[in-house]
Design a protein around this ligand. Structure first.
Ligand SMILES: Cc1cc2nc3c(=O)[nH]c(=O)nc-3n(C[C@H](O)[C@H](O)[C@H](O)COP(=O)(O)OP(=O)(O)OC[C@H]3O[C@@H](n4cnc5c(N)ncnc54)[C@H](O)[C@@H]3O)c2cc1C
Length: 372
């Protein structure tokens, strides 16, 4: 049996590499970026993500705690305590810390190499990269996140929403108002999350129909102005804030609700991790937790001698209830007609937001009973 090749050094790939290295295996992780990069993500680390990251040996004390959810629609705001404490940390910081940890645990981390395809080669798999050449292995952990390999694109329906992210240094009064809060703002055709992260910065991550961006002429400042007219709360939060990136990060074609099912023709050595295994709607802030959980589970299934069909079936089973709930809430939140009703219900019974937050995460995931 050859050692696994992990493609992608996001949370899923790094979690798998750390688990394998800790079990004494010499996994190779290939990541296309050379240095730390920003990623489109709300930077919200759910309680599940926090406990998994800490278990992987990373200290999160610099990441501000978040224990209150504030839901905002136009001038209305309702808030509730979350049933857990989350944290805010930039993906640049998180992903680098995980990669460092993978290296320290003994994994071989190769940076600056893009894998182009994974092809079947007899009973083995052939990983091709222009800079690394050809690697033949029994096992590939595919953890390329949103990015598809030409040979292994996910077959899934894509959302028409576009994800955009910007970092800010908020004015002191707004920073104070944001302390311990995640603010979820309902915007025309989409929504946005705003929260603090490390070093007194804040992250705004919005999900909108592409038409909104076109209406703003593709300009971020204009878009934020337009959104602020619909949601004065957002305009207040950003007044006096300094933008920290030259331009927003963007992503499109998100296959929300996608879950990879084990197929009969599935190559038994190809394990799909993270967003390659399941894509949860963004408002849940649980994608990183899912990615970490999948990486850990895949490593354990492989160490146990089981194939990717066992892993893929197990993972799909464990996330199915959470995914169905998250997709239903995502649709409800996007439908403008329901929003006044939603705000009334949440105003009368704020605890319902905590219930939804609990229902749309992976508390039930148990690493499939696979212990190291
Ligand atoms: C708008 C938006 C907001 C979100 N907000 C949150 C949030 O607040 N909290 C949360 O928990 N989740 C959030 N998510 C989800 C979260 O970002 C993802 O679920 C998570 O990043 C998945 O991790 P991953 O390791 O599977 O993939 P990624 O984090 O995407 O990592 C994949 C890695 O693979 C590398 N790679 C890609 N292709 C290749 C290749 N060919 N060769 C070599 N390397 C390659 C990439 O450079 C990258 O480092 C959000 C998602 C979106 C779209």
């Amino acid at each position: 049996m050859t050692e696994p090749v992990i493609i992608g050094g996001g949370p899923a790939g790094s979690a798998a590499a750390i688990e394998l290295a800790r079990a004494g295996r010499q996994a190779t992780l290939i990541e296309r970026t050379v240095t730390a990069t920003d990623k489109v993500c709300g930077d919200f680390l759910s309680a599940e993500a926090v406990s998994r990251i800490e278990a992987l040996g990373i200290d999160l004390t610099d990441a501000p705690p978040i224990d209150t959810l504030r839901l905002i629609y136009r001038r209305q705001a309702v808030q509730t305590k979350l049933p857990f404490t989350a944290r805010g940390l930039s993906r640049r910081a998180l992903d680098e810390a995980l990669l460092r940890q993978a290296r320290a645990a003994g994994a071989s981390v190769l940076r600056g190499h893009r894998v182009s395809t994974v092809e079947g080669c007899g009973a083995a798999l052939q990983v091709l990269s222009r800079s690394l050449g050809e690697i033949v292995t029994d096992t590939v952990f595919l953890a390329t996140g949103k990015h598809e390999l030409r040979s292994d694109a996910r077959r899934a329906r894509r959302s028409e929403l576009v994800g955009l992210k910007m970092y800010y240094r908020p004015a002191p009064s707004q920073r104070l108002a944001l302390r311990r809060h995640i603010e979820l703002m309902l915007l025309p055709g989409g929504y946005a999350g705003l929260q603090l992260i490390e070093r007194d910065s804040a992250v705004l991550c919005v999900l909108l129909p592409a038409a909104c961006l076109s209406a703003a002429g593709g300009r971020w400042a204009r878009l934020v102005d337009l959104l602020g007219q619909d949601c004065p709360h957002l305009a207040d939060r950003l007044s006096g804030a300094e933008t920290l990136l030259d331009r927003p990060l963007a992503i499109a074609n998100l296959p929300y609700g996608y879950v990879c099912r084990a197929r009969r023709d599935h190559r038994n050595g190809l394990y799909r991790l993270g967003d390659q295994a399941a894509v949860i709607p963004s408002f849940t802030g649980d994608g990183v937790a899912l990615a970490l959980a999948s990486g850990s589970l895949a490593a354990r299934v492989w160490l146990n001698g089981d194939g990717s069909d066992t892993y893929q079936r197990r993972f799909a089973h464990d996330v199915s209830v959470q995914m169905r709930s998250a997709v239903a809430v995502h649709r409800l939140v996007l439908a403008r007609v329901w929003r006044p009703w939603l705000m009334t219900v949440c105003g009368v019974w704020p605890g319902v937001m905590g219930l939804v937050a609990r229902q749309t995460r992976i508390a039930a995931l148990t690493d499939g009973g696979y212990a190291l």
